[in-house]
Structures are given as C-alpha cells and as structure tokens.
Design a binder for this molecule. Structure first.
Ligand code: GN1
Ligand code: MG
Length: 355
C-alpha cells in the first residue's frame, strides 16, 4: 500500500481507526464533522480489489431496487465517469464513502437495545442480500468462511512454527483444537444443499452497523468488502460473536467475556424480526450452532495469524493476535456453557414463524 504512506503524511487526511485490514482516513475539508471516508484496499488480503468493488456495486444496486428496506447501505463518491474507485500510480485502489451524519458506531454493545438493533439491521440486510444473484458475486477471498479449511491452515501453521511462537501458545492451541468438531457444522449443510447458498455480508460484527446518535436505531450496514456467496448463518454467527458480550474482541481481562442471556435474546429478537420469514426451518435450526462456529473460527484465524507472525490482521502490539484468540476462546467457552439456555431461546423465538 505505497500510497498509504503518502496519505499518512497529508495533513488533510486523518487516520480512522477500527478496521483490521484496509487503510482508512477521514478527509478534513474544513467542515465541522468529517464528510468523507477515504480508503485504500489492502492488496495482500484482497488480491483483486476491482472484484471487491464489482461485488459492492452488485449489492448497492440490489439495495437501490429495494427502497423500502429497513436498513440502508453507504454511498460511494463517484468520478465524473461514474466509477466508484480510482487507482493510484502504484496500482492501489482507492474509494471514498460519504460519512453518515449524526451516526455512531461501536465495537461492542452497550446493552440489549444495541444488540436488538444490530440484529434487526443485519436481518434486513439478509433480505436485501437474498434478492441478489449469488452467481454475480466473485469469491474475492476464497474459502473465507470455510471453517474446515481454516482448521487445516491452523494445523499447517502449527507444524511450520515459522516464528517459533508455538511453545508460548500451547494452551490456546490445545483449547482451539479441542473444538475441532465445530468445523463442519455450517459448511457441510451448505455444501450438501441442506441450507441454501445466499449472498451474505460475511463480516457482520456490530462494529459494521451505524446507529443514529439520537434515537439509537440502527440505520446503516457498512463495510461491504466481503459480500460474497455464503449463508446468513455466517452473519448471525458474527453477530453473536460481537454482541452477546459487552467485552471487547481483544479483551485482556477474561472475566467479563461472558455470553449474556439478555443480549442474546435481544439479538435474536432483532434478527428474526429483521429477516421476517426468510430463514428456512433448516437454517433456523443452525442459528445457535452458528454463534459457536463463527466465534471459534475467528479464534483460530487470530491464532493462525499470531503463529504466522501477524501478517494478516493489523496489530498494535506483539501479543495482540494471541490476546484476541484468547478472548474469542473465552467467549466460546461461555457460549458452550450456556448452550442449552440459548437453544431454548432460539426454540421459543422461532416457534410460529412461517417457513
Ligand atoms: C476483519 O477489517 P475489519 O475489522 O472489517 C476481517 C473479518 C474479521 C474481523 C474481526 C477481510 O475485518 O473477517 O471477522 O476483522 N476482515 C477480513 O474483527 O478478513
Ligand atoms: Mg471487514
């Protein structure tokens, strides 16, 4: 990302924190609040950023065809020729989003209303996504939510031990591998056709929802980079991962990393309300496992990157990815411990919903 270093030196660009992948900057154009978010796509994560943008165009036009959707999607700044991106001299792809005024985002929920709203927003997003022709969407990161593949990549990293970090992560590795039976729970039914392939957001964490700063309503789903064929269960799983605990994704103190019943129920209520009658009975049966699968998948992704030397996720210090993995494993333990209660909630909330 050569242009990224130039951008860092430009006083009109203020680095925006939060994302783990792309370089993002608010454009300081003299207005009281930033109006534009400029982003350079990370080419080592997205080797074909043009395909990412083409996927985004598919989603944006799908949403434009549904003006009554209960959630909106962000607006791209366009060139006079109508393109939603430009290349710099180094071949990097840049794009610019309109910043939604009077909105806030959060990396962790502050209570049940946030969880309910995040669920509702991604439920409404699933209704937009399901109208898209998944065949038009490129697989911009192959096997992105192929959890069994993620497991085999972790095992390969352990065997390689490229950074000599395996010894110091024995406990986390053992814990992660103990949950290997989670790997096929979503991918196997998807591959067999037991659940339908639908376009999905694939990064449906609460941080990717914008809330109206006044009313607290979720108004927009952002970060469309990973919209690809998949299943809404990947998204529900990511919502569980990011909004049933008030602890951060990289919490150091693991005590507060607890899956809370009230948050889970609010999330479920919001999500089922947002999806309406979209989910098939087979999909609904997988709602509870989805939270455990995606939380575990994220744990092994962080752990793999730690063992590989932090080449994928942006980190702020040496053990950051290991700490993230630990927090995700702690959340998984809590999801496992309360599994029956969550299953009961799902059963009670889906009863009576049409297929
Ligand atoms: C990455 O950059 P960001 O924060 O939107 C990652 C997601 C992870 C997430 C964990 C392309 O997303 O898959 O779930 O971090 N994006 C990519 O917070 O790998
Ligand atoms: Mg993302």
């Amino acid at each position: 990302m050569a242009g990224r270093w130039l951008a860092l030196a430009d006083p009109r660009l203020v680095p925006a924190r939060g994302g783990h992948i792309n370089a993002s900057f608010f454009v300081a154009d003299g207005a009281a609040a930033p109006r534009w978010l400029l982003q350079c796509l990370n080419r080592s994560v997205f080797p074909s950023p043009e395909l990412v943008m083409r996927n985004i165009e598919v989603v944006l036009s799908g949403a434009a065809a549904m003006p009554d959707a209960a959630v909106s999607l962000p607006t791209l700044l366009r060139t006079p020729g109508g393109e939603g991106w430009v290349h710099d001299a180094a071949g990097d792809l840049w794009r610019c989003w309109a910043v939604l005024p009077n909105a806030r985002s959060t990396a962790k929920v502050s209570g049940a209303p946030d969880a309910r709203e995040a669920g509702r927003a991604f439920g409404a997003f699933a209704r937009i996504a399901t109208t898209l022709d998944a065949g038009l969407l490129a697989e911009t990161i192959p096997q992105f939510h192929d959890t069994p593949a993620r497991l085999s990549w972790l095992e390969a990293s352990i065997a390689r031990d490229a950074m000599g970090r395996v010894d110091g992560a024995r406990e986390e590795i053992a814990l992660a591998l103990r949950h290997r039976s989670l790997a096929p729970l979503l991918v196997a039914p998807l591959q067999s056709g037991a659940i339908p392939t639908r376009a999905a957001h694939n990064d449906a964490k609460v941080a990717n929802v914008l809330f109206d700063a006044g009313t607290g309503r979720a108004v927009m789903v952002i970060d469309l980079d990973t919209v690809m064929p998949g299943t809404p269960l990947f998204d529900f799983g990511d919502l569980v991962r990011s909004s049933v605990s008030m602890a951060a994704e990289d919490a150091i103190a693991l005590g507060p990393v607890e899956a809370e019943l009230e948050l889970y129920d609010a999330l479920l209520e919001g999500y089922l309300g947002g999806t309406g009658g979209l989910l098939t009975p087979a999909e609904r049966l997988l709602l509870e496992p989805a939270g455990r699968v995606i939380t575990w998948e994220q744990a092994i992704r962080f752990l793999t990157d730690y063992l590989d030397g932090d080449t994928y996720f942006a980190t702020s210090h040496r053990e950051h990815n290991l700490e993230r993995a630990r927090a995700q494993l702690a959340l998984l333990a809590s999801l496992e411990a309360r599994r029956e209660e969550f299953e009961r909630l799902v059963r009670s909330r889906v009863v009576g919903r049409g297929s």
